[in-house]
Ligand binder design. Structure first.
Ligand SMILES: *Cc1c(COP(=O)(O)O)cnc(C)c1O
Length: 475
């Protein structure tokens, strides 16, 4: 029996352990941890032999060296942090899969200061009495939004659920058919509505809804009118929607609130930078919305959070709802968000310092220059044998995160192409590095968009590319 012979060849746990202990790199690991991994590797070998998966082709798997190598890799992999930095070469500024808005330098010190010790999270340092975690950002948010009161929760999906639960549970909420949005990650307005206990009343048609459509639907059971900003799509052509002012006026004539879910929390006008008109939070408040909800990590460019701003009576009511506690925002988020909001006190500075806004407003000239810098660095490590050709090409980047869906920002990209058909392998290799480098493949070439690549990423990109070249030369 071949299988029996192989089974007998599997080394003993103690023999493997004994040898591993002499390896320098393994000294940092706890002995029980290593032992468990050795057992696991040996067990997997045994199973492979018994199921017949193990074959003569891989006899080295039974060698003690090979087993030690597997154990070493496993120990390193498990102990390495799995959530790690990625260099975003996709050109999508608010890339939801890559963590949406990157935070600026201004957050660094504040965050560590609060994180490494204690903070006044829920203590009023003037009175020495208990305070509220929601108070810290109140002043600055009121100033920036023009609202009477604010509340910050874990994310905007949570904010919408909370607002509907607190205001409209057991009542009807009227919304246009053109605004029954799915945001992604299966957040659908109708489903959130159902969760909140409010009943959805759809009015109008997909492309056209008039204020009179809402008016006809108002009954004694109505709890609120809801406007949802069509953030991630656009209806073009023969369209009509009721303005916030019209809806406010209708809602107030029936003593109802207008809830306005903006999605992206745009705090400064970007029309001067060539972006299409997009309602800012201030405009939504000024137009009379009773409750406005928006994300902290979309166009606002801060940490993941849901911000609820509006009239004091409604915010007070919302704050008292038990869901507020369940959606409670943590101190690290509050800290990062506050440090971001402070930047907005000077809008010019905000565009310079908040990474998302800086990327969105970067000029093509600048991108061209940065592409040239990265290109030069890459060329200095590239060689003729690599088969890789590097060019700078024009292309376009997107805002992402369900914001400005139709906007294409002119950009400059680094293109890696090759006659050797090894581009998919290059792409996989760069993605497996630390930091990982994520680009996109198009027409057999790998593209890295400069708009979402920071200057401090260049070195890591060149190091990774050099590692790839070195690996090719070895093969
Ligand atoms: C993005 C978005 C949400 C969800 O916000 P999160 O911060 O991702 O939870 C809700 N409503 C609209 C209109 C959005 O665009």
């Amino acid at each position: 029996m071949e299988r029996q012979a192989w089974l007998r060849k599997i080394p003993k746990t103690d023999d493997v352990l004994h040898q591993i202990k002499t390896i320098d790199d393994m000294q940092t690991f706890n002995e029980d941890f290593i032992k468990a991994e050795v057992r696991q590797v040996l067990q997997e070998l045994r199973e492979a032999i018994l199921t017949g998966e193990y074959s003569e082709d891989h006899p080295q798997n039974l060698s003690i060296q090979q087993i030690i190598k597997s154990v070493q890799e496993r120990c390193q992999q498990i102990s390495a942090l799995q959530l790690r930095r990625v260099i975003n070469g996709t050109g999508v500024v608010l890339h939801t899969n890559l963590g949406r808005a990157p935070l600026g330098n201004y957050v660094k010190e504040a965050l560590w200061d609060v994180a490494q010790g204690y903070s006044n999270l829920e203590m009023n340092l003037t009175t020495g009495k208990r305070g509220s975690r929601y108070d810290h950002m109140k002043e600055i948010l009121l100033r920036l939004t023009g609202a009477e009161d604010v509340l910050v929760v874990n994310n905007n999906a949570g904010a919408v659920l909370l607002v509907l639960s607190a205001i409209a549970k057991g009542k009807e909420v009227i919304i246009s058919r053109g605004e029954l949005v799915e945001i992604g990650g299966s957040f659908r307005v109708p489903e959130v509505m159902e969760q909140s206990g409010a009943t959805l009343i759809e009015v109008g048609a997909t492309n056209k809804t008039y204020v009179r459509d809402y008016e006809k639907a108002v009954t004694e059971h109505t709890g609120a009118l809801l406007k949802v900003h069509q953030s991630n799509f656009k209806i073009v052509g023969f369209t009509q929607e009721a303005s916030v002012e019209e809806l406010v006026s209708l809602a107030h004539s029936h003593d109802l609130p207008l809830i306005n879910d903006l999605g992206s929390g745009l705090l400064i006008d970007l029309e001067v930078d060539g972006f299409p008109a997009e309602p800012t939070v201030q405009q939504a408040i000024e137009a009379g919305s009773d409750v406005v909800t928006f994300s902290g990590d979309k166009l606002l460019g801060g940490a993941q959070a849901g911000i609820i701003a509006g009239k004091r009576e409604w915010i007070r009511l919302i704050e008292k709802h038990p869901l507020t506690r369940a959606l409670r925002v943590d101190k690290l988020t509050l800290c990062a968000l506050e440090a971001t909001l402070v930047q907005y006190l000077d809008p010019i500075q905000a565009k310079k310092h908040i990474p998302a806004l800086k990327m969105m407003t970067e000029s093509v000239q600048n991108l061209q220059q940065r592409a040239k810098d990265l290109y030069d660095q890459l060329q200095s490590v590239n060689n003729d044998d690599s088969g890789i050709q590097i060019d700078i090409i024009p292309g376009s980047s997107q805002v992402g995160g369900g914001s400005y869906p139709t906007v294409q920002m002119e950009s400059r990209l680094i293109r890696f192409s090759s006659s050797l058909e090894n581009i998919p392998r290059l792409e996989r290799f760069l993605r497996s590095q630390s930091p990982a480098i994520v680009g996109r493949i198009q027409d057999n070439a790998l593209l890295l968009d400069l708009r979402t690549i920071f200057q401090q990423d260049y070195n890591d990109i060149c190091q990774a590319f050099l590692a790839w070249i070195t690996l090719q030369n070895q093969e």
